[in-house]
Design a protein. Structure first.
Lengths: 321, 195
């Protein structure tokens, strides 16, 4: 693996499968009386969150603590950041405190990349979501969830599995990271959205696209619903919420057209009644709660593989950086 | 990857000396199984934990032998010690190996750790730490197929398949059916000693 995890595209197939296998071993920790491993004792992980997040920050915090790392939470509200400090000065502060890894979430796409490649900090940088760009650990936990459900029936891999990602692709960092990672893992991704919610340049993504949800659903092995990110919308992307949810929402009728083994996912937070109805979210097919559990195991795997040794885990392509 | 998984070079193959073959290994495991039962006064409250990778098939074979003598299955599992190694920070991050604790847990049980080679003792130290995070056994014993000496910590085995005096430049390689294509213990890389 590289020293940083900035994009799902940074991961080779070997890297990604190593993360999944490591997460599989770490997942069993949740069933033990002592949920703690000593691998990162004495290492410091800083959660640097410039944008509100509950589940991702808690998930990273639990992951780092279960590996015995020291965790410093650094939220934009109530810190010098709200007084106008720049990313650079914040980074220099963290460096001076001796952070071994910085988990960063920022509303600006590319902020983690800037942090990693500017020479401001020597620590590993993990992208926990940057603007509308990427969210690689979410993609890893989604892939892990799919892998646990689907891979045992298909020889241990996601090769040829069909994944439909439905909804607000334009504003979704989850969709981009998932598209890149799932491609690396051999799955076939179809993005489904109204024309206004596809980003410019979607043709260059390694995916199929469709405007018609009903034609995609019967073939899918995984259906991932995305939240409509109204806080990022400054214009009319669709006429009404009701029309959106009629054409692109997953309800009981649409769920009935799925194959028996198909699972329904959502990266959260979900808006019940908008992109997904309550009966679907609470159905047997829904693995939404499991995604949260898996998130801790996957983030433990990422932190361990980046920080556990003298250098990040070696993939078969040899040492990176 | 553990040292014994490195591909065998042609030169190393030339100097490899087989010290235990399949039937030697089988007899040693049968004796160890009986010793475990004798020491434990039967098979009750025993848990066998193999240390991956080659401790696991050894633990399974010992369990098979105990089952054929005592008539019931002793719980077998595996215990990965990667995160408890004292040299974790000295090498690139390693892949984890499976940890599988039997359903009954280890609290109040007599745990027999099973590994292929006992050398510096550091693996066993790590295994004891790992056990402490999983539960509180009544007793912990150690069974190894080969004890090659050169201990760096105050640790000894309770059950030994074969004591193998070695020099530090030599490498002991254990191969087991299930993981490898043959059952054999060989010594590699000693100077001036051909096969």
């Amino acid at each position: 693996m590289k020293r940083h995890l900035l994009s799902a595209a940074d991961l080779t197939r070997d890297d990604a499968e190593l993360v999944l296998r490591t997460a599989e071993e770490l997942r069993s920790l949740a069933d033990r009386p002592i949920k703690k491993l000593p691998a990162l004792r004495g290492r410091t992980v800083v959660n640097l969150f410039f944008e509100d997040s509950t589940r991702t920050r808690i998930s990273f915090e639990a992951a780092a603590k279960r590996l015995s790392a020291d965790v410093i939470n650094f939220a934009a509200k109530g810190s010098s950041l709200s007084k106008g400090e720049s990313l650079k000065d914040t980074a220099l502060t963290l460096e001076a405190m001796g952070a071994d890894a910085v988990v960063v979430r920022h509303s600006a796409s590319g902020a983690p990349h800037r942090l990693a490649n500017s020479g401001w900090v020597r620590s590993s940088v993990v992208n926990a979501g940057d603007g509308t760009h990427e969210h690689p650990t979410q993609a890893l936990l989604d892939a892990f969830t799919m892998w646990r459900h689907l891979a045992p029936k298909s020889g241990g891999s996601l090769d040829g599995r069909r994944v439909a990602i439905v909804g607000d692709v334009l504003h979704s960092r989850v969709a981009r990271s998932n598209a890149l990672l799932l491609r690396t893992l051999g799955a076939e991704v179809t993005l489904v959205a109204p024309p206004t919610l596809f980003p410019v340049g979607i043709e260059s993504w390694p995916v199929e696209t469709s405007y018609d949800l009903d034609s995609v659903l019967p073939k899918a092995d995984v259906v991932m619903m995305l939240r409509v990110q109204r806080e990022r919308m400054h214009g009319g992307f669709f006429p009404t919420a009701r029309e959106y949810s009629r054409r692109y929402g997953l309800d009981g009728r649409r769920m009935a057209t799925l194959q028996d083994h198909t699972i329904v996912m959502h990266p959260g937070p979900m808006v019940r009644g908008m992109e997904i109805t309550a009966d679907v979210a609470d159905s047997d097919r829904s693995v939404i709660v499991e995604q949260v559990t898996n998130g801790v195991a996957v983030r433990m795997a990422v932190l361990y593989l980046l920080l556990g040794g003298s250098q990040p885990a070696v993939s078969t392509e040899g040492l990176s950086e | 990857m553990p040292a014994h998984l490195e591909p065998e070079s042609a030169a190393a193959a030339d100097t490899a000396r087989t010290v235990m073959d399949g039937s030697d290994i089988g007899r040693a495991l049968t004796r160890i199984s009986h010793e475990i039962l004798e020491r434990n006064k039967g098979g009750s409250d025993l848990v066998l934990l193999g240390i991956p990778s080659r401790g696991v098939p050894l633990a399974e074979r010992i369990a098979e032998r105990i089952a054929s003598v005592e008539g019931y299955a002793v719980p077998v599992g595996s215990l990965d010690i990667t995160m408890y190694r004292d040299d974790l920070r000295m090498k690139p991050a390693r892949a984890l190996l499976p940890t599988q604790i039997p359903n009954g847990g280890i609290d109040g049980k007599t745990v027999v750790l099973v590994d292929d080679v006992l050398f510096s003792g550091r693996t066993i130290r790590a295994a004891l730490d790992a056990l402490g995070d999983i539960g509180r056994p009544k007793a912990v014993r150690l069974a190894v197929l080969v004890d090659r000496g050169h201990r760096e910590l105050p640790i000894r085995a309770d059950f030994v398949g074969k004591n193998l005096p070695t020099s530090l430049v030599e490498r002991v390689r254990v191969r087991l059916l299930g993981v490898d294509d043959v059952d054999a213990v060989t010594i590699l890389g000693s100077e001036g000693e051909g096969a």
